[in-house]
Every structure is written in structure tokens, then in C-alpha cells.
Design a protein around this ligand. Structure first.
Ligand code: CTP
Ligand code: MG
Length: 244
């Protein structure tokens, strides 16, 4: 019963602003991707990490990972493989999944853009899959109230958007990664979606379309996604607090 982690890291990071691909930007002097690999390798259950690099950047990412110690423990034997990614996150995950051997039963899919997820969260997701749930996502209650709006397009673009609904906040969850899956279930979800040619915004969403039950476990504030410039400020503050 092996567990592997696939880390999609092929995105550009458009919302973060101009610069290197997001996963390669430094946090406290160390590339975001290195933090993310360490977070996965730090979980004792994870024996293989597949990093999905920008399509033309696999060699650069391999060299970068070789330049940093990936684990705090010399006895840790986590293997790290690098493969090139694709145009969409979904395609990148599919390419990463193709590099996971069939001897692996549990697959975690973790955004490189969530470099600071605590190891306890990783362990909890992996344990829930091993205990029999085919799909597990870490999630937190929302703090903001959410509105559904009617987007204004064409002639009316830029006009204020009317609110058409307010989902009950207590029933909503913001989901994070790593999301954990029984390997065969995730592979089946990717095959089905590839046939349908449709997009999905997370991996669990694809499994839901198979009709397979997805469950949530508690997420963690520090598993937030580095998306916009302010998130870099928060990430640096979290790292400074850990050092203190
Ligand atoms: N990702 C990927 N392949 C893509 C697009 C995204 O592997 N073609 C990865 C990103 O590298 C990131 C994760 O998916 O680790 C979550 O995506 P997101 O936070 O949206 O990152 P980016 O797509 O890089 O950012 P943006 O959408 O602002 O460009
Ligand atoms: Mg994106």
C-alpha cells in the first residue's frame, strides 16, 4: 500500500504578476515548489513525489530540486520524479498521474501553490483514504458571505452585477489540497473527463461526476493558496513565525 503525491507546478502565476513561473518564486529564499515537495516528503506515508513542471521547464526544475535538500531526515527515502505539464491544471495532473506506478494505491494531488500545508493535514488526508474513502478533501468553513451574481457581458459589461442568490454560508466549505484519492478512482475520473472534453476546477469535482462519494476532513489556515501578491506577504509571515 504505497502513497504517492502529484504536485502540479506547471502554472504561470498570472495573478501573482510578472516574474518567474509561480512555483519557482522564492519564499524566504527557497522556491515555493521546494517548500511544497518538503511538505509532501515530510509525511511518512508518502514514498514518491511526482512534480509536474512547466511544459518547457522540466530540466530546470530537476536541477533546482537537486540543489535543495528535500527532507529534514537522512533516513527519508522519498523518491522525487519530474515530468512536464500541460496547458491546464487538469492536463498537468493527468500527466503526473501517468508517472505513478500501479503499485501505488493512494494518490495525493497537491498544488505547488500551497507550499505551507502542515504535515498533519497531509497525514489526515492520506489516512482517510487508506481507511476506505475513495476521495478526501481538506476544507474549511467560509468567513465571507458568498453571493451568486448575474455577470454583465457585451454591451452591459462593466455595469453593476445584480445579486441573484445567497447560499447558506454554514453549508459551504472552501477546499484546499492535498486532495487524496484511491488511485484507480482518480485515473477513472481523468479518463471520463478526457472523453467528455470538459474542464473541472479541482480533482474531487471530477470524481464527483463519476458518482463517487467525496468526503471532507478539516483543512488548515496555513494550507492557503498563494495566488495574489498579498498572499506572498502572508506566506513570509507564516515562515517567520515558524522560525521564531
Ligand atoms: N497548474 C499546473 N498546470 C497548469 C496550470 C496550473 O500544474 N497548466 C498548477 C499551478 O502550478 C498551481 C496549481 O495548479 O500549483 C493551482 O493553480 P493556480 O493557483 O491557479 O496557479 P497558476 O495557474 O500558476 O496561477 P494563475 O491562475 O494566477 O495563472
Ligand atoms: Mg491557474
Amino acid at each position: 500500500a504505497r502513497t504517492a503525491a502529484v504536485i502540479p507546478a506547471a502554472g504561470r502565476g498570472v495573478r501573482l504578476g510578472p516574474g518567474a513561473p509561480k512555483a519557482l518564486r522564492p519564499l524566504s529564499g527557497t522556491p515555493m515548489l521546494v517548500h511544497a515537495v518538503r511538505a509532501m516528503a515530510g509525511s511518512r506515508s508518502v514514498s514518491l513525489v511526482v512534480v509536474v513542471a512547466p511544459p518547457d521547464g522540466a530540466d530546470e526544475v530537476r536541477r533546482l530540486l537537486d540543489a535543495y535538500p528535500l527532507s529534514g531526515s537522512l533516513t527519508d527515502t522519498t523518491e522525487v520524479v519530474v515530468v512536464p505539464g500541460g496547458e491546464t491544471r487538469q492536463e498537468s495532473v493527468r500527466k503526473g498521474l501517468a508517472a505513478v506506478p500501479e503499485t501505488v494505491t493512494t494518490v495525493l494531488v497537491h498544488d505547488a501553490a500551497r507550499p505551507l500545508v502542515p504535515v498533519d493535514t497531509v497525514d489526515a488526508v492520506a489516512a482517510a483514504v487508506r481507511d476506505g474513502s475513495p476521495a478526501v478533501v481538506p476544507a474549511l468553513p467560509l468567513t465571507d458571505t458568498v453571493k451568486r451574481v448575474e455577470p454583465r457581458t457585451g454591451e452591459r459589461a462593466g455595469e453593476p452585477e445584480p445579486v441573484v442568490g445567497t447560499p447558506e454560508r454554514a453549508l459551504l466549505r472552501a477546499v484546499q489540497t492535498p486532495q487524496g484519492f484511491d488511485r484507480a478512482t482518480l485515473v477513472a475520473a481523468h479518463e471520463k473527463i478526457a472523453l467528455e472534453g470538459e474542464g473541472a476546477t479541482d480533482d474531487a469535482g471530477m470524481v464527483e461526476r463519476l458518482g463517487v462519494e467525496v468526503v471532507v476532513v478539516p483543512g488548515h489556515e496555513e494550507a492557503f493558496k498563494v495566488t495574489r501578491p498579498l498572499d506572498l506577504v502572508l506566506a513570509e509571515a507564516v515562515l517567520a513565525r515558524r522560525r521564531a
